[in-house]
Design a binder for this molecule. Structure first.
Ligand code: G3P
Length: 216
């Protein structure tokens, strides 16, 4: 399973990259706004900076919701860097746009996916990635991880090549469960990635080893 970081914060991207386990980055308008990125020039420059930091795919989301505008916006984003993947929402014009991008050699990440039916449509349109939002499904009292397993089963039976990118990850257990359920990629906040490091017995064991090391 690949690890992407779900942020537009350059310091956090650098920290995950320095850990040596980072395969890519996903962003969305909320994450870009959180970093104070405003206006087309600043947005383009910020994506360039992210692409310079990491070697893997970087998802950049369109703001448009009608077919022609999605295409124009997506073409501009894709032109920034070969690693840019155009993130398109799961709406009717979005599915049409994903198909167009696929036929024109531009890779896409279909976002805001909350059901297996939506994941089938994204795959049929040729999306490189499909992004089911695990945490938000949990928030609505359904099981987000179960959706990952369902999509993985469907894609395997049907031979779909779209990669399952588990998004809206909220903690380290989500990452483990997504790995168990067949996600190809997990995009996570830095805290959830670092949460994988933690175990109280590791801390207790290390303290004891360091204490005993003084007696050696
Ligand atoms: O990539 C989508 C993700 O950022 C959404 O996460 O925590 O806002 O549901 P969250």
């Amino acid at each position: 399973m690949k690890f992407f970081i779900d942020t537009a914060n350059l310091a956090q991207i650098q920290e995950a990259h320095d850990l040596g386990i980072l395969d890519g980055v996903t962003t969305n308008p909320s994450l870009m706004a959180k970093e104070g990125i405003k206006g087309e020039a600043a947005i383009m420059k910020h994506y360039e900076a992210i692409c310079e930091l990491v070697e893997g795919d970087v998802s950049a989301e369109v703001f448009s919701t009608d077919f022609n505008s999605i295409i124009e916006e997506g073409k501009k984003l894709a032109a920034i860097h070969p690693n840019i993947v155009v993130k398109v929402p799961m709406i009717k014009d979005g599915v049409k746009a994903i198909k167009w991008f696929t036929e024109n050699g531009i890779r896409t990440n279909c976002t805001l996916v909350f059901s297996a039916g939506q994941a089938i449509l994204a795959a049929k349109a040729g999306a490189a990635y499909v992004s089911p939002f695990i945490g938000r499904i949990d928030d609505s009292n359904w099981d987000g991880v179960e959706l990952i397993a369902q999509i993985a089963q469907i894609y395997s039976i049907q031979g779909f090549k779209t990669e399952i990118l588990a998004a809206s990850i909220r903690n380290a257990l989500h990452i483990v469960k997504c790995a168990e359920s067949g996600a190809d990629v997990c995009t996570c906040p830095l805290d959830s990635i670092l949460g994988l490091l933690k175990h109280p017995l590791t801390d207790i064991g290390l303290a004891k080893f360091l204490e005993d090391a003084k007696k050696m």
